[in-house]
Design a protein around this ligand. Structure first.
Ligand code: UDP
Ligand code: MG
Length: 307
C-alpha cells in the first residue's frame, strides 16, 4: 500500500461541542497516517467554533470552515468537499455514529480492491423509534417506485470517495442538493459495508420527525417527476369514469324517467374532484418552487471564518 495518499475527513458539525474532541481521538485510534480533518461549523450556537479554533491551533491536521448561520447538513457537506485537499475523501458525522474503526477497511476497499467509493449502511434500525423506522421503510419503497435512482435502505452519509468521484459530484450545478440521491446517481463502482446501529456519544439528534418528512419530500422532488405524470393519468381516469356515469344517467332518464335524487352523492363527487385538483395544483407548485429556487442561483452557504 502506498503511504502517500492523503485522506480528508469531512465532518459537518451543528452544536457538536461535546463530540468533537472525542471524534478526533477515535479517528486517531485507527492509526491512519496522512490525514486532514475538515470540520464545517454549520452555525452552531454552542461552543463548537471555540473547540475547533483550539484544535486547529495545536494540531496542524485540523482545518475548519465556519458558516454565517445554520445552512443545513447538505450545505455543510458541500463546503467540506470543496475545501478537501485529499486524494481520498470521507464524509462522517461528528457524533461517532459513523464508527471510525471502519476507516482502514474503507481505505483498503479503494486502494487495494479498486473501488471508486466505499459506502456504508446500517444493518439494523435498533434504538430508533418504531414509527420512524416504519416511515423510513415506506420512504425507500416510494423512492424505489418513483425515481430512477435506487436508494439503498439504511444508507448513511458515511462514505469514502476518490478525488475523481468528488470532482464529479462537485460538477453538478444544482442548488437543491439531495446528497443521498446524487451519490447514487453519479454511478461509479461502490463497495457497501454494513454495520450495526450505534447511538450518538453525546448531544442530541438534529432531526425531528417533520424535518425527516420534509427531507423525504425533497428527495422525491429532486429525483422524480412521476408525481406530475400521476396527475395526468388520474385526470384521464376521472374523465373516463365521468363519461360512463353520464351515459348511465342519460340512459336511465330516457327509459325510466328522471326522479330528482342523488344530490348528496353529487356534493361528494364535486368535493372529491375539487380536492384532487387542488392536490395536484400543489404538486405542480412544489416543482415550480424548486425551479424558482434553482433559477435564483443563490449560494448555498456563506463562510464567515476558515482556517
Ligand atoms: N448537522 C449539520 N447541520 C444541521 C444538522 C446536522 O451539520 O443542520 C450535522 C450534525 O452535526 C452531525 C450530522 O449532521 O454531524 C448528523 O446529524 P445528527 O447526528 O443530528 O443526525 P442523525 O444521526 O440523528 O440522523
Ligand atoms: Mg447522528
Amino acid at each position: 500500500m502506498s503511504k502517500t495518499l492523503l485522506l480528508s475527513i469531512v465532518v459537518p458539525c451543528f452544536n457538536e461541542e461535546p463530540c468533537i474532541e472525542a471524534f478526533v481521538r477515535a479517528v486517531d485510534e485507527t492509526k491512519l497516517s496522512d490525514l486532514e480533518f475538515l470540520f464545517v461549523n454549520d452555525g452552531s450556537t454552542d461552543g463548537t467554533l471555540r473547540i475547533l479554533r483550539k484544535l486547529a491551533e495545536k494540531d496542524s491536521r485540523v482545518h475548519y470552515v465556519s458558516f454565517s448561520r445554520n445552512f443545513g447538513k447538505e450545505a455543510a457537506l458541500l463546503a467540506g468537499l470543496r475545501k478537501a485537499q485529499g486524494d481520498l475523501i470521507v464524509t462522517m458525522d461528528a457524533d461517532l455514529q459513523d464508527p471510525p474503526s471502519l476507516l482502514p477497511e474503507m481505505v483498503r476497499g479503494i486502494e487495494e480492491e479498486g473501488f471508486d467509493c466505499v459506502a456504508t449502511r446500517r444493518m439494523t434500525r435498533e434504538g430508533e423509534p418504531p414509527v420512524r423506522s416504519w416511515f423510513a421503510r415506506r420512504f425507500y419503497w416510494v423512492m424505489r417506485h418513483l425515481s430512477d435512482v435506487a436508494l439503498v435502505d439504511g444508507a448513511r452519509d458515511y462514505r469514502m470517495m476518490t478525488r475523481q468521484v468528488v470532482e464529479t459530484i462537485l460538477s453538478l450545478p444544482e442548488v437543491n442538493r439531495f446528497t443521498k440521491g446524487i451519490y447514487q446517481w453519479v454511478g461509479f463502482d461502490t463497495k457497501w459495508i454494513a454495520f450495526p446501529n450505534v447511538e450518538r456519544v453525546a448531544g442530541q439528534t438534529k432531526w425531528s420527525f417533520w424535518k425527516l418528512v420534509r427531507y423525504s419530500l425533497e428527495g422525491i422532488l429532486a429525483f422524480s417527476t412521476k408525481p406530475l405524470q400521476v396527475s395526468s393519468i388520474l385526470g384521464i381516469l376521472c374523465c373516463g369514469f365521468a363519461f360512463l356515469a353520464l351515459l348511465f344517467v342519460f340512459v336511465r332518464a330516457f327509459f325510466f324517467g328522471d326522479p330528482v335524487s342523488g344530490w348528496p352523492s353529487l356534493v361528494c363527487i364535486i368535493v372529491f374532484s375539487g380536492g384532487l385538483q387542488l392536490f395536484f395544483i400543489g404538486v405542480l407548485g412544489a416543482y415550480l418552487a424548486k425551479t424558482y429556487s434553482e433559477t435564483k442561483h443563490r449560494p448555498l452557504y456563506f463562510i464567515k471564518e476558515e482556517k
